[in-house]
Design a protein around this ligand. Structure first.
Ligand code: BGC
Length: 511
C-alpha cells in the first residue's frame, strides 16, 4: 500500500570539514531522528485508532477526545462585541473583540505577564491576578457594558475564556482541569471547575464580567479560522505546546449523549502514545521527559512543541560534547543548564544560509556562551537543529493527516459518516486506497486547517516539511486540497465567537 508513496529523501549527513567520527555520529543521529513515510503512516493509523477509542468511552485512550459543547462553526456573518481572555503560557491577554459581520472584526487588547511564581502559586492567586488584569483593562480603556453593543439584558460584559490546558467540559461554560501542562503547577485547580474559579474571583473583585464560554485554544483557532474560511475542519496549535480540535459527526461519539449533529472535539493530542509504545522516542526524548515536571505525560508534545525542541537539541549537543565530537569536548554553563537552549535560537541557527556560518558563530557566543568553535562544530549544531526541527514538523503533519483520515472514513462502526467523506475520492484514508484517484483534477473546495503558534509561524522550513509529509500520507492531491494556514489571534477571536454562540443559546433557552 505504501509503495506508491514517495518517501522523503534522507538528509545527507556528510560535510568535508567533519572527521570520520563526527560523520559517523551524525549518521547515527540522522537514522534516529528521521521518520520514514512508512513509520509515519503506521503512527497515523495508530493515532486514528486512539481517537476512536477515546470517542467511544471516556478515559480509555491517551487521547482524551473531549466534547466541547461547541456545536457548529461560524460563517463570518456574526456580529457583536465581546470580551476575550487568553491564558495558555507566560502571557495573559485581555481583548475586546468587535465582530462586524462580512468576515470583518476589530480587536483592542492588553497583555499581562504571568510570572513563574504565579504559574506555581495557589490557583486562587492566579485567578485573582486574572480578575485584576481584566479590571485594569476595562478601567484603562474605559470599557463598560453600556458602551458595548450586544443583546445582554444585564450590566455585565459577556466574556469567552480561552484556557489552553486539558479540561474535561460538561457544558460550554463549565469544565474541570484534568492536569496542568507547559510548566504550570498551581495547587487547587486540578479536578476543579475553571469557570467557577474565575467567576468567583471576578465577583469577589467586583469585576462586572460574566464568563459565558470556556474554550481550548485549538477550539478558538478553529472557530476564528472558520469566521474567515467556513470550510475549516481542524484548528491546531504548534507553539509552546501542541494540540488540535476538529469538527466531528456526533454519530461517531458513542460516549456523548446529545441531540446536536456535529460537535467540536478537543483531541488533546499532546498526550498521544504516552506509554511510548509506537512513537520512536530516542534517549534524548526520554531524558527530556524524565526531567520534566510531568514525566510520562504529553510525550508527543515533548517531541514537537516549542517548549521542548531546544531541550532535545541541548541533550543531543551535550552527548556529542561528552564524546569530544563537538566544541573540543567543552560545554558552557548555559548549555549545561536545563532549558538553556531555546527553540528561537534553533530557528536563528537554521536560518543561517551563509557558507561559513558566521551568524551561527555569533549566536553560539551570545545565546550559549560558546566562544571557541570550528566550522565543523557550527555545521554539526545546524544539522542537529535541522534534524530535531524536521522530525517535529513531520510528526505534526502526521497528527494533521490522522485527523483528516478520521474525517474521511470517520466511523467507529460500519457506517461511514465522517464530515470529510466527500473528499474520499481524492485523499488517502489509509488502509483501502482503491477509491483514491490521485490523477483527479476535480475542482473541490479546499479543506482549511487553521494553525496558530510560533513554531509553525517562525521555524524555518516547518510549514514546507508539513506540506511534504501531508502529500506522503494523504496522496498528491493533498497539495491542492489541504490548506495549512496561519490563524491570526485564534485564541482571542475564537473566545469571542464562543461567547457569542453561548450567549445566543442562553438567550434562546430563556425565551
Ligand atoms: C495543552 C492543550 C493546548 C496546547 C496548545 C497543551 O499543552 O494540553 O490544551 O491546546 O498545549 O496550547
Amino acid at each position: 500500500m505504501i509503495s506508491a508513496i514517495q518517501a522523503a529523501p534522507l538528509p545527507q549527513p556528510h560535510s568535508k570539514s567533519w572527521s570520520a567520527a563526527q560523520s559517523h555520529a551524525l549518521e547515527v543521529l540522522t537514522e534516529q531522528l528521521t521518520l520514514s513515510t512508512e513509520q509515519l503512516d503506521m503512527l497515523a493509523n495508530e493515532f486514528v485508532r486512539q481517537m476512536r477509542t477515546g470517542l467511544a468511552v471516556s478515559d480509555t485512550s491517551d487521547l482524551a477526545m473531549i466534547p466541547t459543547y461547541v456545536t457548529g462553526r461560524p460563517n463570518g456573518t456574526e456580529r457583536g462585541c465581546y470580551l476575550a481572555l487568553d491564558l495558555g503560557g507566560t502571557n495573559l491577554r485581555v481583548c475586546l473583540i468587535t465582530l462586524k459581520g462580512g468576515h470583518e472584526l476589530e480587536t483592542q487588547q492588553r497583555m499581562f505577564k504571568v510570572s513563574q511564581e504565579l504559574q506555581e502559586a495557589e490557583v486562587s492567586k492566579l485567578m485573582e491576578f486574572i480578575a485584576l488584569s481584566i479590571k485594569d483593562f476595562l478601567a484603562r480603556d474605559h470599557i463598560n457594558a453600556t458602551l458595548v453593543e450586544h443583546a445582554s439584558d444585564s450590566d455585565r460584559l459577556e466574556m469567552g475564556f480561552t484556557f489552553s490546558f486539558p479540561v474535561s467540559q460538561t457544558a460550554i461554560d463549565a469544565g474541570m482541569l484534568l492536569r496542568w501542562t507547559k510548566g504550570f503547577s498551581c495547587a487547587g485547580a486540578v479536578g476543579h471547575d475553571i469557570v467557577h474559579l474565575l467567576q468567583t474571583a471576578l465577583d469577589q473583585n467586583d469585576v462586572k464580567v460574566h464568563v459565558a464560554a470556556l474554550v481550548n485554544d485549538t477550539v478558538g483557532t478553529l472557530l476564528a479560522h472558520a469566521y474567515t474560511y467556513p470550510n475549516t475542519c481542524l484548528g491546531a496549535i504548534f507553539g509552546t505546546g501542541t494540540n488540535g480540535a476538529y469538527l466531528e459527526n456526533t454519530k461517531n461519539v458513542p460516549k456523548l449523549k446529545t441531540t446536536a449533529q456535529e460537535m467540536v472535539i478537543n483531541i488533546e493530542w499532546g498526550n498521544f502514545d504516552k506509554d511510548k509504545t509506537v512513537l520512536p522516542v530516542t534517549i534524548y526524548d526520554n531524558k527530556v521527559d524524565r526531567e520534566s515536571i510531568n514525566p510520562g505525560l504529553q510525550v508527543f508534545e515533548k517531541m514537537i512543541s516549542g517548549m521542548y525542541l531546544g531541550e532535545i537539541t541541548r541533550n543531543v549537543l551535550l552527548h556529542l560534547i561528552d564524546q569530544r565530537l563537538l566544541f573540543d569536548g567543552k560545554s558552557s554553563t548555559v548549555l549545561n543548564r536545563q532549558w538553556g537552549l531555546e527553540a528561537a535560537t534553533m530557528s536563528a541557527i537554521e536560518d543561517d544560509k551563509s557558507p561559513n556560518l558566521i551568524p551561527t558563530s555569533q549566536i553560539l557566543e551570545s545565546a550559549l556562551d560558546i566562544g571557541l568553535h570550528t566550522l565543523a562544530d557550527r555545521e554539526i549544531v545546524q544539522r542537529v537543529c535541522h534534524l530535531v526541527g524536521q522530525r517535529a514538523a513531520r510528526l505534526s503533519a502526521m497528527a494533521t493527516a490522522a485527523v483528516i483520515r478520521q474525517g474521511l472514513s470517520g466511523s467507529t462502526g460500519g457506517d461511514s459518516s465522517g464530515i470529510l467523506r466527500e473528499y474520499r475520492h481524492v485523499l488517502r484514508a489509509g488502509g483501502d486506497e482503491s477509491r483514491v484517484q490521485d490523477s483527479t483534477e476535480a475542482l473541490v473546495e479546499p479543506i482549511h486547517v487553521g494553525i496558530d503558534g510560533s513554531v509553525f509561524e517562525h521555524y524555518p522550513g516547518f510549514r514546507a516539511a508539513m506540506n511534504q509529509t501531508l502529500e506522503e500520507l494523504l496522496g498528491p492531491a493533498a497539495a491542492r486540497v489541504v490548506r495549512l494556514e496561519t490563524t491570526k489571534d485564534g485564541s482571542g477571536v475564537g473566545a469571542a465567537l464562543a461567547a457569542l454562540m453561548a450567549h445566543k443559546d442562553a438567550m434562546a433557552a430563556r425565551k
